[in-house]
Each structure stands twice: as structure tokens, then as C-alpha cells.
Design a protein around this ligand. Sequence first.
Ligand SMILES: CC(C)(COP(=O)(O)OP(=O)(O)OC[C@H]1O[C@@H](n2cnc3c(N)ncnc32)[C@H](O)[C@@H]1OP(=O)(O)O)[C@@H](O)C(=O)NCCC(=O)NCCS
Length: 188
Amino acid sequence: MNMCNLELITKQIILRSFSEENLEKTKKWANTELLHPLILRASFVSDEVHRKWYQNLLADPSKIIFAIQEKSAGVHIGNTGFYNYSCEHKRAEFWILIGEPEFWGKGLGFSTLQLMLRYGFADLALNKICLLVSVKNGPAIRLYERCGFFTEGILRKHYYIEDEYIDVYSMSLLRDEYDEIGLMPDKE
Ligand SMILES: CC(C)(COP(=O)(O)OP(=O)(O)OC[C@H]1O[C@@H](n2cnc3c(N)ncnc32)[C@H](O)[C@@H]1OP(=O)(O)O)[C@@H](O)C(=O)NCCC(=O)NCCS
């Protein structure tokens, strides 16, 4: 994780650099079975594994993580970030998890993605942001398509979660396409 105390803000949310205080809720979400097929996670995490994950995160410059805070309630509702960030190839992979279902469908994922796209293309000078999404995750696919992501292909039976193989779309957005669409986060 190669950044310190960064804050990105819109009307609805604040993205803050992930810190120790975000660990407990993050473990709860990682262990919520309902979320597993959506976030493509196959197993539960123990305290020890979770702690190691955090230590590795701090030491790994290719991973950048933010805690998502909903502004009016002032609560930590999820996490988002980039992994496999390559300065050389100007590319990174995006992920998002809003772990509290009562906050789904209110535009907070959209707001988060706007901020992350601006951060990725403007601040990190990326040329390409890519992601993998389960073909069954309708809300996430619609969110990515609304933001201009292009489906590059399908990775067949790429994950095995809860006794089921899951196909995923590989999607991406290029810097030129992002500039053309002209998406901008809401001002605070
Ligand atoms: C998938 C997820 C990130 C979506 O975030 P969300 O906050 O629930 O979704 P939003 O409210 O931002 O978007 C919902 C809809 O409104 C649209 N939308 C929201 N705000 C918008 C805006 N200002 N302008 C245009 N469209 C907007 C979205 O495209 C989407 O379209 P739909 O109504 O056809 O579904 C979130 O539900 C989540 O974290 N789910 C669990 C984990 C997960 O699936 N993660 C993704 C793994 S790839």
C-alpha cells in the first residue's frame, strides 16, 4: 500500500486510506456467506489470516485500499481499491465491496467508482483500469457498463465457490474512453 492518509470526498461518501480501525468490519464482510459469490471469495478468514493479510497489504505497493464512509451516517460501509497496480504498464485492477446491504442501490457504488476512476486516471496516471465480475452480479455489471467499461471477454468457470463454478466477465476502461465520457465525481 503506497500512500498515506489520503482522503477523497463527494457529496455522499468519503474514501479514506485503509487503516487498522477498519479491520474488524472488513473481517465480518469477508466472513459473510451471502457476499462470497459476489466478491469471488471461496473461504472464510481466521483472525490470524486476516492480520497477515493486513501486514502484507502494508508492505505491498501494488495494492491501494480505501475504506468507504457514508457521509450522513458517518459509518464505514465498505472498501474499495486497486490491486496489481503496475506503474510500468500504467494499469490496475479495480474492486469494490459495500458490505452493508442496507446501503446498496443508493448510488454509493457509483459515487465510489467516480472517485476511483478520477484517482486512477488523474492521480496515478493509469491508462487502463480493469476488473473481473461474476456474470450473475447484475447490479455490479450495470454499474460498470454505466461508467463506460467494455467487456473484453468471459473467463469460463474461473472460480469455484460454494460447490459451483462461476464464469466472470473481464471488463476494462481506457483513459481515452474515460476522457470522452467526461464522468466527474459530485462536488462535496
Ligand atoms: C455492486 C455494488 C458495488 C453496487 O453499488 P451500489 O451502491 O449498490 O449501486 P448504485 O446504487 O451505485 O447503483 C445502482 C444503480 O443505479 C445506477 N446509478 C446510481 N447512481 C447513478 C448516477 N448518479 N448516474 C447514473 N447511474 C447511477 C447504477 O448504474 C445502477 O443501475 P441499476 O439501477 O440498473 O442497477 C454494491 O451493491 C456492492 O458492493 N455489492 C456487494 C459486493 C459486490 O457485488 N461487489 C462488486 C464485485 S465485482
